[in-house]
Design a protein. Structure first.
Length: 135
């Protein structure tokens, strides 16, 4: 018996007004160099990039937390998402994504640093730290 999943629309997972949905145009992509986020997104703040799958239960369960954090810290920090199965999913191959969610810290220079899997509280503490002391 085949089971088919219908892909949910991206706003069914990340609906918050403060969540920034990125496309491949928002990145400088290169297989030879480090991937960076374009400066227009940064706005002199650090951020978090969440690469998610619309089929991932953890991604769905934590979406509300990320939306709340984005709202609370909107003047100091930003939260971005990329749907790994959406039209811009090829970004995942440049970022070497192995599973979902994959979380990256976006630094002021646009560079990305992959973070380990942590609790939501630990991610929030990182956001507070980098929101107060941008790097």
């Amino acid at each position: 018996m085949d089971i088919f999943f219908e892909k949910p629309a991206k706003d069914e997972i990340y609906k918050g007004d403060e969540i920034i949905h990125l496309t491949k145009k928002d990145f400088k992509l290169s297989k030879k160099e480090k991937v960076t986020v374009n400066n227009k997104i940064l706005n002199n703040k650090n951020g978090i990039l969440i690469v998610y799958s619309p089929f991932c239960e953890v991604c769905k369960n934590h979406a509300e937390n990320w939306e709340e954090y984005a709202q609370l810290l909107k003047n100091r920090f930003f939260v971005c998402v990329v749907d790994a199965y959406g039209p811009d999913g090829e970004i995942t191959s440049y970022l070497n994504v192995k599973g979902y969610p994959s979380i990256f810290l976006i630094k002021l220079n646009g560079s990305l640093e992959q973070l380990p899997l942590l609790s939501m509280e630990e991610y929030f503490n990182i956001m507070l730290q980098y929101g107060e002391n941008p790097v």
